[in-house]
Design a protein around this ligand. Structure first.
Ligand code: SF4
Length: 579
C-alpha cells in the first residue's frame, strides 16, 4: 500500500491510498470530473472508485476536477487538482454523474474549459467527453447531445475494454465506432436517431451505424473479486476522514419509487471475510469506517461483522438502515460509534401508502426502531417522508403528521429514561417518478399541490416541541423530473438555461419545448419511452405488473436470488470478473 499525504493544487489536505502519481508521458490522460463541489464529489464512493480503477492501469493517468468554488474568478481556467493542468489538455474528460440536478453544471464546466457544449461541434483535436454514473444509465437522453459517449452500467466491466480500444489523437468518428462496437455498455448518442410523432411522443429510435440497437447495462455478477473502498481520505467531505467501504450493490426490497432498487438488480453482497479485510485496511489509516450500500442492514452476517470490531476503538457508520433490520449487534455498533443522529425512512405516513410503494414496513416496526435507537444512546432522529406519491390523498398527508406525533411520543418516553432529550427532524421530499420503476408512467404531482401539502404538514408540526421540519423546494423537484424523464429535446432547455445564467423562471418562459409534457403527463403503457433503448434486464411487463399492484395497494415480496426469475434479471447472461 502506498500512502501519501499532500496538499494538492486545490490546497486540500488529502491522504491518498495506494495510488502512485505518474507522469503524463506516453499515457492515456483522463480528467475525471465531478459536476459539483469538492466536498460532495469526494463524499461519493463511485467517483473515488473510478479514480482508483483508472489509475490502477499503468498506461493511464487520471486526475480530478470539480465544479469551481464560487470564490474562484470566472476567467480562471478549470484545472485538475493533481497537476493543475487545463482540462482541455486531457485525452478524455469523464463526468461522474450521480444527480440530475447537476446537469446545468456540465454546461458551465464545458464552457469554462472552452469546449463547445454539443458533441457535434467538437472536433478530432478536442478531448472526448464521456459520461458514466447512475443517472446516466437510468436515462442519459436529456444530456445526450453534450456527450460523445456514455458507459452504461458498472464501471469495472467497461473501463478495461474502453482503455484498451480508445486511441488518443485518432479520428473521432472512427474511435467512437470502435468503442460502440467493442465496449460493453457503450452508448454513442450520435449513432442513433430519434423520430417523433405529431403529438410529441417518440415514434422510433434507430441506429444510424452498425451498432447495437439496444444497450445492455453491464453489471458484475460476483462482487467478491473486487473491493470498492475509499481511494483518498480528506476532512473536507460529509464523511470527515472516513474510510468508505461498499458492502453490496442493489437492494432486495423493490420499493416502487426507487430506481436504484431496479437498475442495480440483482442485489449482491460481499462476503464478511472480504469486508473484514477492508475494515482492517481502513483502521490502519483512520478510526472512522463508513459501510456503504443501498441496503447495508440487509448484509448477510452484519451482526457477525459488527461483533468482530466491538472492542475496537473505532466508529462505524452505515449509509442506510431499514427500521426492521436493527439487530442488537448493529445497535451496539451504532452506540459505540457515538452517532448523534440516525435516519429512519418510513417514506409514507399511512399503512396503505406504504403498501402502494411496497415499503414493507409496519408502523409498529417504525415505532420500535425509534425506541431502540434512542435507548441505545442516539439522541436525534431524522424521519424521511415523500409527498406527492401516486394515489395520495389528503388523509395520507395527514397520516405523516399522525405518525410523526406518535414517534415523538415514544421518542420522549425513551429519551426521558436516557435523561437526554434530543430532536426529531422531519424531512419532506417531493416524489419524482423515475425511469425503470413501476411509477415510470405516472405524472408528477403539480408544484402548487406539493406546496399545499408541505404547508399542511409544516403548519401542524412546527408547533410541536422538539420537531424540526426540512422540506424540498417543489420547483427544484419539478426540474429534477424534467431532467430524469426527458428526451433529447430537453438538452435545448438546459442550453437555454445556461445562456440565461441559470435563471430558470426566464428559461421556462422562453423555451419552445414544453416542460410539462415531460413532467406532468401520464404516459400510455404502449408509449416508447426515451430510456427504452437501455436493457436493464428488468422486464417492462414486470414493471407494469408492479404498477397495477401498487394501484391496488398490494405489496410484493423481496428478491429471492437464486430461486426467482420474476423480474427477468436473474436469468440474464451472467457477467463476471472484470477482464
Ligand atoms: S429475478 Fe427475482 S431475485 Fe432476481 S433481481 Fe429480479 S426479483 Fe430479484
Amino acid at each position: 500500500m502506498v500512502l501519501k499525504s499532500r496538499k494538492s493544487a486545490g490546497q486540500t489536505n488529502e491522504t491518498e491510498i495506494g495510488t502512485i502519481r505518474k507522469s503524463w508521458r506516453g499515457r492515456l490522460r483522463f480528467a475525471l470530473v465531478y459536476p459539483n463541489h469538492y466536498h460532495l464529489g469526494m463524499s461519493n464512493l463511485g467517483f473515488q472508485s473510478v479514480y482508483r480503477l483508472l489509475n490502477d492501469y499503468d498506461h493511464v493517468v487520471c486526475e480530478r476536477a470539480f465544479l469551481p468554488e464560487p470564490s474562484l474568478k470566472s476567467r480562471t481556467p478549470l484545472r485538475t487538482l493533481e497537476s493543475g493542468k487545463n482540462l482541455k489538455d486531457f485525452d478524455i474528460i469523464a463526468f461522474s454523474l450521480s444527480f440530475e440536478n447537476d446537469y446545468p453544471h456540465i454546461l458551465f464546466i464545458l464552457d469554462r474549459i472552452g469546449l463547445p457544449a454539443r458533441s457535434d461541434q467538437r472536433g478530432d483535436q478536442d478531448p472526448l467527453v464521456l459520461g458514466g454514473g447512475v443517472v446516466s444509465f437510468i436515462n442519459p437522453e436529456p444530456i445526450a447531445p453534450f456527450f460523445d459517449c456514455f458507459l452504461i452500467g458498472e464501471a469495472e466491466l467497461m473501463l478495461p475494454r474502453f482503455v484498451e480500444v480508445f486511441e488518443a489523437g485518432s479520428n473521432k468518428h472512427a474511435n467512437l465506432l470502435t468503442i460502440a462496437r467493442n465496449v460493453p455498455g457503450a452508448y454513442v448518442p450520435a449513432f442513433y436517431s430519434v423520430n417523433y410523432q405529431r403529438d410529441g411522443t417518440i415514434a422510433s429510435f434507430n441506429p444510424l451505424e452498425e451498432v447495437p440497437p439496444t444497450i445492455q447495462r453491464t453489471y458484475l455478477k460476483e462482487l467478491s473479486h473486487t473491493a470498492t473502498c475509499s481511494a483518498i481520505l480528506t476532512s473536507d467531505t460529509t464523511f470527515d476522514r472516513t474510510f468508505l467501504i461498499e458492502v453490496g450493490r442493489g437492494c432486495p426490497h423493490g420499493c416502487r419509487f426507487c430506481s436504484a432498487g431496479f437498475v442495480y438488480r440483482p442485489p449482491r453482497f460481499r462476503p464478511i471475510s472480504q469486508l473484514a479485510e477492508n475494515i482492517n485496511q481502513g483502521i490502519s489509516l483512520t478510526d472512522r469506517i463508513g459501510l456503504v450500500g443501498a441496503a447495508v442492514s440487509d448484509l448477510p452476517g452484519m451482526g457477525e461483522l459488527c461483533n468482530i470490531y466491538k472492542d475496537e476503538d473505532i466508529r462505524i457508520s452505515f449509509s442506510s438502515l431499514r427500521a426492521e433490520g436493527l439487530s442488537p449487534e448493529l445497535l451496539s455498533a451504532l452506540r459505540q460509534s457515538k452517532v448523534k443522529t440516525a435516519t429512519i425512512a418510513p417514506d409514507a405516513g399511512s399503512e396503505r401508502m406504504r403498501k402502494v410503494i411496497n415499503k414493507g414496513i409496519t408502523e409498529e416496526a417504525i415505532l420500535t426502531a425509534a425506541d431502540a435507537l434512542v435507548a441505545n444512546g442516539i439522541p436525534n432522529l431524522k424521519l424521511y417522508f415523500m409527498i406527492g406519491l401516486p394515489t395520495e390523498t389528503m388523509d395520507d398527508v395527514e397520516a405523516i403528521i399522525r405518525l410523526c406525533k406518535k414517534i415523538k411520543h415514544r421518542f420522549l418516553k425513551s429519551s426521558r429514561s436516557q435523561k437526554r432529550i434530543g430532536e426529531i427532524t422531519v424531512s419532506l421530499n417531493c416524489f419524482v417518478p423515475k425511469p425503470f420503476t413501476p411509477f415510470q408512467w405516472v405524472a408528477m404531482d403539480e408544484v402548487g399541490s406539493l406546496k399545499k401539502k408541505i404547508q399542511k404538514v409544516k403548519n401542524v408540526l412546527k408547533k410541536v416541541p422538539n420537531i424540526r421540519i426540512h422540506a424540498d423546494i417543489p420547483r427544484w423537484a419539478y426540474l429534477q423530473a424534467l431532467f430524469s424523464r426527458g428526451d433529447r429535446r430537453v438538452a435545448d432547455i438546459l442550453q437555454l438555461a445556461h445562456t440565461h445564467k441559470g435563471n430558470w423562471a426566464q428559461t421556462l418562459k422562453a423555451t419552445s419545448v414544453n416542460p410539462d409534457f415531460y413532467v406532468l403527463r401520464d404516459r400510455e403503457v404502449a408509449e416508447q419511452l426515451p430510456w427504452d433503448f437501455i436493457d436493464q434486464g428488468v422486464k417492462k411487463s414486470f414493471l407494469q405488473q408492479e404498477y397495477q399492484r401498487a394501484l391496488k395497494a398490494l405489496p410484493s415480496p423481496a428478491c429471492r436470488v437464486e430461486t426467482c426469475n420474476i423480474c427477468g434479471v436473474c436469468n440474464q447472461e451472467p457477467q463476471n470478473r472484470p477482464s
